[in-house]
Design a protein around this ligand. Structure first.
Ligand code: SF4
Length: 295
């Protein structure tokens, strides 16, 4: 019988493999939906090539992109889940094993020596954001972050009295400056909070949401308005022109300081990869059907 540490390590290894070889179902539906509406013939061809590439990668079990991303996790630990430190060690072991097996490209470089650690592990690598909650389970989200899209992230300290007006300009400016670099069509993530750390963490959480039509709330309507504006810029798939520059824009908000309105703007390429698993204290494993599926 496997120990809980071994169960976690194998489950995370599986989650890593699934995330780098297929996109979640909602992401696939978003790309198909925009492909049907695209009016530019070249953009339509690029979107159908992406759809075909997703199908081939899932069928062959090959990575969606040569950049399998920087390994990033959001881990929610129930207060009654045993072996909390062991769980974090198991995640690191799974990342090293996935790299050894060629599932993950070695993407972790020491910033001083410029030496690749070769294992995707090292100081603060993989990056693991931890949250605690009341419960028995361990919930793990694996979100590999491609360098092309992460490299165009922006942080704005906006004037608090005109925060929302300035946000619109900041979003459009970020998308224009990013151009083709994040491999559009992209998902644009906006986090708003009191501090830079808070805004960045909130923007990251946007990756956990699923693509769907927007509800009639003021924030969702703002998301839709900004998305529509982005899609009039003409950047298009891979920056080669067209209506489809972004597939979604999501905003997560937290209370701000009276003197600050800090906005983090992050991008994901069309390959918004994610896998989500929940492990019970008895070693049972739940796999999110939106992520573990075959296109
Ligand atoms: S931005 Fe995304 S699609 Fe482009 S190279 Fe990076 S991981 Fe691949």
């Amino acid at each position: 019988m496997r120990s809980l540490g071994e169960v976690i390590e194998r489950a995370v290894l599986n989650a890593i493999e699934v995330a780098v070889t297929r996109v979640p179902r909602d992401v696939f539906e978003a790309i198909k939906s925009f492909a049907q509406r695209e009016t530019n013939p070249r953009a339509r061809r690029i979107l159908s090539t992406i759809i075909e590439a997703i199908r081939v990668a899932a069928r062959e079990g090959t990575p969606l992109c040569q950049d399998t991303g920087y390994p990033t996790f959001i881990v929610r630990i129930g207060n009654r889940f045993p072996a909390k430190a062991l769980a974090l060690r198991a995640i690191k072991r799974a990342v090293a094993e996935a790299t050894k097996r060629g599932i993950l490209r070695p993407n972790t470089v020491d910033p001083i020596t410029n030496r690749n650690t070769g294992t995707n592990t090292g100081p603060h690598a993989p990056w693991i954001e931890i949250e605690m909650f009341r419960g028995d389970e361990l919930e793990i989200f694996f979100i590999p972050r491609g360098g092309g899209c992460e490299g165009v992230s922006k942080l704005y300290t906006l004037p608090p009295s005109r925060g929302w007006e300035e946000l619109e300009k900041a979003v459009l400016q970020s998308v224009i400056e990013a151009g083709p670099r994040p491999c559009p069509p992209t998902f644009v993530f906006v986090g708003i909070g009191a501090t830079a750390t808070m805004a960045t963490a909130l923007a990251r959480k946007c990756a956990l949401r699923q693509w769907s039509t927007k509800p009639a709330t003021p924030l969702a309507q703002l998301e839709q308005k900004l998305l529509n504006k982005i899609n009039t810029l003409g950047i298009g798939p891979m920056g080669l022109g067209g209506d489809t520059t972004a597939l979604d824009l999501r905003i997560e908000i937290g209370c701000r300081h009276p003197a600050t309105f800090i906005a983090s703007i992050q991008f994901s390429c069309w390959a918004l990869r994610k896998s989500h698993i929940v492990i019970g204290r008895d070693g049972s494993i739940w796999l999110d059907p939106n992520d573990f599926w075959n296109p």
